[in-house]
Design a binder for this molecule. Structure first.
Ligand SMILES: [Zn+2]
Length: 347
């Protein structure tokens, strides 16, 4: 089979690799219909972190179950499924607490020794606890929904998790810092799922701001730093917002998040650069801020997100602004590295 392989910084190719096969009785093999490139895939592409030569790439995918191990109970060959970017057993204490991203038997697709999503097929460990079948199945779900379904594998669930951690509920005013795919999905999650009333999107890119508006942003604020904070405060009677989603993860974006949060507000942080910043905690302390951080437990959100997409009440599909065949994966990495593309989908 064919799959994307990392060769060196700036050099990603598609080549022949051994076919995906069952290795444990709890495994499934999924034939990939759609996968994509993530901002975190760019860390090694940019040479910021090391990665083994010829290692597999990608952690977001949706597809069709091809084969299941003897102990897999809930999935069957032919099922249309979405995979979270991490696998999980969905039964250990962390999973029962809804933090499947910390599963004691979990792992991340594309990590050393695992299959990556950017290929023709993937071995999925802990298949019952990981994969979520799409109602309607392969014959009942239109291909036009594949992009939206794929987004739930990471960015839609991650953006929503940021808004959930920020405490967004019906009628909330929320600010979203970050206009990448996760930030845009945080706007959509806050508005369409959690019922926020006012959504401030910090963005200075017209194409991203347009998607943000389509997703429900009521205010797009181009200023950054202290000017960005002032712009949000001006629009909230000087008070700031009770809910902030931090979807960047730099010292500058954190300073903005803390600066625009209202007294007693909450910051939901999902921004994860390759190096996390050291945080000064004095301001959060004196302003009574709750800081909630975490790698999104995508599996927790998947069934609900998938249902909404199939029912037609949620469409995060527009976060993919570029679609390429798997064979052109190198072009996809280049487009995302140069920020020409928000997010690249591979077919
Ligand atoms: Zn678990």
């Amino acid at each position: 089979m064919r799959a994307a392989l990392y060769l060196s910084a700036g050099n990603v190719v598609v080549d022949d690799v051994p076919d995906a096969t069952l290795s444990q009785p709890t495994d499934a093999v999924v034939r990939v219909l759609r996968s994509c490139v993530c901002g975190s895939d760019l860390w090694s592409y940019r040479g910021v972190i090391n990665r083994a030569e010829r290692s597999r790439l990608g952690h977001e995918f949706m597809g069709v179950v091809e084969e299941v191990g003897d102990e897999v109970r809930t999935l069957h060959p032919g099922d249309l499924v979405v995979a979270p970017f991490k696998w999980s057993d969905n039964t250990c204490p962390a999973c029962v607490d809804g933090i499947q991203s910390s599963c004691g038997n979990g792992g991340t697709f594309g990590a050393p020794g695992t299959d990556g999503g950017q290929g023709e097929a993937v071995r999925v460990p802990q298949a019952d606890g990981t994969l979520v079948a799409v109602p309607g199945g392969l014959s009942g779900v239109d291909e036009s929904l594949y992009a939206a379904l794929l987004s739930t594998s990471d960015v839609m669930a991650t953006g929503l998790h940021g808004a959930v951690m920020a405490g967004v509920t019906e009628g909330s005013a929320v600010a979203v810092i970050g206009d990448g795919a996760v930030g845009l999905c945080a706007v959509l999650g806050a508005k369409a799922i959690l019922g926020a009333d006012r959504v401030f999107l910090m963005s200075r890119h017209a194409d991203r701001a347009a998607i943000g508006k389509a997703f429900g942003a009521t205010d797009v604020i181009a200023e950054r730093g202290d000017e960005g904070i002032a712009a949000v405060r001006e629009r909230t009677h000087g008070l700031g917002v009770r809910h902030v989603v931090e979807a960047v993860g730099t010292p500058e974006s954190w300073a903005m998040a803390v600066g625009m949060a209202r007294e007693g507000g909450a910051i939901g942080a999902v921004g994860m650069p390759h190096t996390m910043p050291e945080l000064p905690l004095f301001q959060p302390l004196i302003h009574h801020l709750s800081l909630n951080l975490g790698v999104a437990p995508v599996r927790r959100y998947l069934p609900d997100l998938i249902s909404r997409i199939v029912e037609g009440t949620l469409d995060p599909g527009p976060v993919f602004d570029t679609t390429l065949p798997l064979d052109d994966v190198a072009q996809g990495y280049a487009a995302m590295a140069s920020r020409e593309s928000i997010k690249v989908m591979l077919t």
